[in-house]
Write a protein that binds this ligand. Structure first.
Ligand SMILES: [Zn+2]
Length: 222
């Protein structure tokens, strides 16, 4: 399922860290997917939310309930997850002016607040990269041992073409484009997108190419 993706990191001892919990309706499919790779719900000990949008944390409360996992989110999105509120939307867009906030989700406790640059003890080391704009506390993640980048919604890969996320869904669409450039400076081979299929080889060059073609300077800020 490539429309909205979650990812699982499995430790040698069988503990699992899940990245994102999909929409409100996702848990059934997520649990089936975990079963498929031999993971039982209680193996999941931590769920990292890349950001507090309903297609990423809509299923979080249910997944937390089923697994007993602790929840981690960046310190600037943690309150949204706890209160079940959607982050404010970019008022330079018509959609943002009309809707004002992204849709909320079921309030869910957050046990762990993440900060930029933090190295999480996940499968040998998962680096937290604060890439705000899509939401204030949006994060991308770099699994250093396997050289896999999890872009989050900084860059989408819908229909296997890289694109920016929809500006009206962002808190600050211009900032989202600027902070995505962090991803061009890192070292990795594979990229896993929260929206769209992964790139298995040469992901860094592909993402750098996208960033070069879509430089911030060419994007009108209003
Ligand atoms: Zn999303």
């Amino acid at each position: 399922m490539d429309l909205v993706n979650s990812m699982a990191f499995v430790e040698d001892d069988g503990q699992v860290t899940l990245v994102d919990a999909g929409t409100r309706r996702a848990p059934k499919r997520l649990l089936a997917g975990l079963t498929h790779i031999g993971v039982t719900p209680t193996d999941v000990t931590r769920i990292i939310a890349t950001h507090a949008h309903p297609d990423h944390v809509g299923g979080l409360a249910a997944m937390r309930g089923r697994t007993g996992a602790t929840v981690a989110a960046h310190e600037r999105d943690a309150a949204y997850v706890r209160e079940g509120k959607g982050p404010v939307l970019d008022r330079s867009t018509l959609g943002g002016r009309l809707m004002r906030r992204n849709r909320g989700s079921t309030p869910t406790p957050v046990e762990e607040e993440l900060v930029d640059g933090q190295l999480l003890d996940v499968a040998g080391g998962l680096r937290v990269l604060h890439t705000p704009g899509h939401s204030p506390g949006h994060v991308s993640l770099l699994h250093e041992p396997t050289r896999i980048l999890v872009t989050g919604d900084s860059i989408w890969n819908v229909r296997a073409r890289m694109t920016w996320s929809i500006p009206a869904f962002c808190t600050d669409a211009t900032m989202a484009k600027k902070t995505a450039h962090v991803l061009g400076d890192l070292d990795y081979d594979m990229a896993a997108f929260t929206h769209g299929p992964e790139i298995r080889q040469g992901a860094r060059e592909a993402i750098r190419g996208f960033l070069r073609r879509r430089t911030v300077g060419q994007v009108p800020s209003r």
